[in-house]
Design a protein around this ligand. Structure first.
Ligand SMILES: *Cc1c(COP(=O)(O)O)cnc(C)c1O
Length: 410
């Protein structure tokens, strides 16, 4: 789709979704609506990881750190992710897990506002973000406070006690989306630093960290970016803070000269300082293959397609399953790339769906969650999911002791 008003000679190619779909291993008979939780296997990742094991680790042994570029990989891959989230080259680095990066970003943000004591977040945030914040604030001692308000009340809760506003842009349960630019501007007016968690944004919606003037951002790569279970997280530091941000987790690989083995810590240049320890090189190989799929993909195309598919899914479910209540915002502009419905027996219904080959997930207490991922989903998948769900609801096929049992991972 061309941008509105684009001249006819505007020939930037549209995203080829047939190509992207064929780039994933999608098991026969499965309709996968859970790419917001764990993306599917990119076909090329198998060979890429095998080659890494054989030709790099196997053949090069420790010389791989230099000869296979392992040491430069975290920032090189960070730049590729940067393109998808509106971050310039040299502002994003990969490594660790998202929980760790949340801790690091928040600690660095608090160091920028040493005279303030409040971290502001919302009740829609993912628990690990709030747990990590609590642990950090306890360690900092004294009168630090985590203030958690309703998502709608964030802006009015910003006052001159707030050091950092820490939000996840897209609510993991409902898909409700915060206005990043507006809330960042409000945080700045209050003198606070803004940290954004892009777990459900990167690869899902158009993100413009530069335009929004976000201070810090973090995210994971195993959801919409498809790096596989345990794939590394990423962190963004705005250019304005690049040379002053305190990495706090002073690992040796964030040191200015790791192999000088200095007794004294000196932070590395720019984003390099946010590295901590040895990068997960095997997992990075899978991530590289996953990012290859994104080459030639425009986030605007992905977003437009996700809205078409989401609207189709909502209309289909509402027409066929009156017992399910839409939990996501009805306005597509307020919704990320997932659609959620509520039902008191949501867990059993999701178990029944999965048994029929339609995979979504369940979030307590009553949310059925469906990820809408245009890279590998089309109208046929959406229609199949709707018809299977309708059959399960019509026949109450979910109402069995087996489906009512809660699994360890839902
Ligand atoms: C998925 C998710 C996480 C997961 O953190 P890990 O450390 O990667 O397990 C954290 N925060 C948010 C908002 C998430 O959606």
């Amino acid at each position: 789709m061309l941008p509105l008003g684009a001249p006819p000679w505007h020939h930037e190619p549209m995203t080829d979704f047939a190509r992207t779909r064929s780039a994933f291993h999608l098991p026969e008979g499965i309709t996968y609506l859970d790419g917001n939780s764990l993306g599917p296997l990119p076909v090329a990742a198998e060979a890429r990881v095998a080659a890494m094991l054989r030709d790099e680790w196997g053949a090069k042994l420790i010389t791989g750190w230099n000869d296979a570029g392992w040491m430069a990989q975290p920032a090189r891959i960070g730049d590729r992710i940067g393109r998808l989230i509106g971050a310039p080259a040299g502002t994003v680095v990969t490594g660790d897990t998202l929980s760790i990066k949340v801790y690091q970003a928040l600690a660095a943000a608090l160091a920028l506002r040493p005279d303030r004591r409040v971290v502001l977040s919302d009740s829609g945030n993912f628990p690990t973000d709030l747990y990590m914040a609590e642990g950090l604030l306890r360690l900092m001692g004294g009168d630090y406070e985590l203030r958690v308000v309703a998502p709608e009340a964030v802006e009015e809760a910003l006052d001159d006690s707030v050091a950092a506003l820490m939000l996840t842009q897209v609510d993991y349960r409902t898909g409700r989306m915060h206005d990043m630019a507006a809330l960042t501007a409000a945080a700045h007016r209050a003198g606070a630093v803004a940290i954004w968690d892009l777990a459900h944004s990167a690869g899902a919606i158009e993100v413009d960290l530069t335009g929004a003037q976000a201070d810090f951002a973090v995210g994971c790569t195993y959801k919409f970016l498809n790096s596989g279970p345990g794939g590394p997280a990423f962190i963004y530091v705005a250019p304005a803070h690049a040379e002053t941000a305190d990495p706090v987790l002073q690992g040796w690989l964030g040191h200015a000269a790791p192999f000088a083995f200095d007794r004294d810590y000196r932070p590395g240049q720019g984003i390099e300082r946010m590295r901590v320890g040895t990068p997960p090189v095997i997992q990075m190989a899978a991530l590289e293959a996953a990012l290859d799929v994104w080459d030639g993909v425009r986030m605007a195309d992905v977003r437009a397609r996700a809205i078409v598919l989401s609207e189709r899914f909502i209309a289909g479910v509402e027409a066929a399953c009156p017992a399910l209540t839409l939990a996501s915002p009805r306005d597509a502009a307020m919704r990320g790339s997932q659609v959620s419905f509520r039902h008191p027996e949501g867990n059993a219904i999701m178990q029944a769906l999965i048994a029929e080959g339609v995979i979504g997930d369940f979030r307590a207490p009553d949310i059925l969650r469906f990820g809408i991922t245009p890279l590998y989903l089309d109208e046929g998948d959406i229609d199949r999911a709707v018809s299977v769900l309708a059959r399960i609801m019509d026949g109450q096929l979910w109402d069995t002791p087996a489906f009512r049992t809660r699994k360890a991972v839902t």
